[in-house]
Design a protein around this ligand. Structure first.
Ligand SMILES: *Cc1c(COP(=O)(O)O)cnc(C)c1O
Length: 417
């Protein structure tokens, strides 16, 4: 079946809620769950019986969210978390030990960058970074036994597009875990179908859309207990869990090695709000991605040339070819405008009437933010250069408004700056 926007419109509304009984998703706020008897308690703890154990490691409302996003990503199972960073930390810390190395391909969301470069570093995890298309570097790192390769489906805010097929092929060849942050491109890109092992999302963004719930989720592929890259020697410390839990090993590893001990767990009310957002995700993603293309094309034509509009749909973008081949339905809500310097960027932002200035993306409203003075203010100049954070860079996340109104707002704001 063709997985177009309408495929997901049907899938999402049919799976979020119930046909019988309460039609809206049910919020189960209980932190603990009474067991029927001692033997049932034992079965639940051993994993033989799939009933709620304690809300830190699972909750029925979270479970509904996990099942819907698993279908969306065509995965095997998922774990909802308290935030996108919670999901990323859960996955990284479940597989990385002191002395291991993680390779980060392309530009990264600020929080992920500091997680790797500051926090995991304090625990002895080594890291390396490389541009999105440096295949030789990626290959060398894989040959040298790097344990995780991580990348974002779309660089935020670099807007570089990875060659996911090629990187997935290399990770398969070198039996190395590939983790993709798909926050910017739910529906548009399905990394598990291309060969990624784990997909993470900040559901705070596109999935919710309404900005009413902080949340994250990790979705896993099925493990093949007989022949799987997880059985490579470099993952020897988790082989026992794979042996015991088989197909479900990814979920067991993350629950036992992070969720249970760190508690980055989602809460029922947050998951309920995220589920409400998911019902309309496909409609919204289609609308926003059509709008982005329209807006950047108009702005690229009409704005003063000193204001540089960047988006992969524009033919002068470095990854335009990959956009046309691998991102046919769009690459998410973001585009950028480089105003040249901070003053012009601030002037432009403060003259916008319709746009909300905030540190978020994927909202139903159009948002904008000056990058260097906010999210990237604590980064050194070299890192900012690497991440493409120029002095005058503004990131825009397009919302559901009339695209002509958004274009008009940027044009009126740019007059006279
Ligand atoms: C926002 C974001 C995150 C972090 O998510 P939170 O829900 O804010 O913790 C991770 N990755 C990307 C690409 C993001 O945009």
């Amino acid at each position: 079946m063709k997985k177009d926007f309408d495929y997901f419109n049907t899938l999402l509304v049919q799976n979020v809620a119930n046909k019988v009984g309460p039609t809206a998703p049910v919020i189960v706020p209980s932190a603990s769950y009474g067991y029927e008897n001692a033997s049932q308690a034992e079965d639940i703890f051993s994993g033989n019986l799939n009933l709620p154990l304690y809300a830190r490691v699972g909750n029925p409302t979270n479970a509904r969210l996990e099942s819907v996003v698993t279908k969306l990503e065509n995965g095997f199972g998922g774990i909802a978390t308290s935030s996108g960073m919670g999901a990323i930390h859960m996955v990284f810390s479940s597989f990385l030990n002191s002395g291991d190395e993680i390779l980060c391909v392309g530009g990264f969301f600020g929080g992920t960058y500091t997680l790797v470069n500051e926090t995991l570093k304090r625990f002895g995890v080594k890291s390396s970074f490389c541009p999105v298309d440096d295949m030789d570097f990626i290959k060398t790192k894989l040959e040298n036994g790097v344990k995780i390769v991580a990348l974002e489906s779309v660089g935020n805010p670099s807007l570089r597009l990875p060659n996911l097929k090629e990187i997935a092929f290399l990770c398969e060849k070198y039996e190395t875990l590939l983790i993709v942050d798909n926050t910017a491109t739910p529906i548009l890109l399905r990394p598990l179908e291309i060969g990624a092992d784990i997909v993470v999302h900040s559901s705070t963004k596109n999935m919710s859309g309404h900005s009413a719930a902080l949340g994250g989720i990790a979705i896993f592929r099925e493990v093949n207990p007989k022949n799987d890259k997880l059985l490579n020697n470099k993952y020897a410390d988790i082989h026992k869990i794979v042996e015991k839990t088989g197909k479900k090993a990814f979920i067991a590893i993350c629950k036992k090695r992070a969720l249970r001990d760190v508690g980055m767990s989602a809460n029922a009310f947050g998951s309920f709000l995220t589920l409400l957002g998911l019902e309309t995700l496909s409609l919204r993603v289609q609308r926003v991605n059509e709008s982005v293309v329209k807006i950047v094309s108009q702005l690229d034509n009409k704005l003063d040339k000193a204001l540089h509009v960047s988006h992969p749909s524009l033919s002068n973008h470095i990854d335009h070819k990959r956009y046309m081949s691998d991102y046919q339905n769009g690459c998410g809500p973001i585009f950028t405008i480089d105003c040249g310097d901070k003053k012009r960027a601030f002037d432009l932002l403060d003259r916008l009437k319709l746009v909300t200035q905030t540190a978020n993306i994927g909202d139903n409203r159009t948002l904008a933010l000056h990058m260097k003075s906010t999210i990237y203010r604590d980064f050194d100049e070299e890192t900012r250069q690497y991440l493409g954070i120029n002095n005058g860079l503004i990131r825009v996340s397009v919302g559901l408004e009339n695209p002509d109104d958004i274009t008009e707002d940027f044009i009126q704001a740019s007059n006279g700056i």
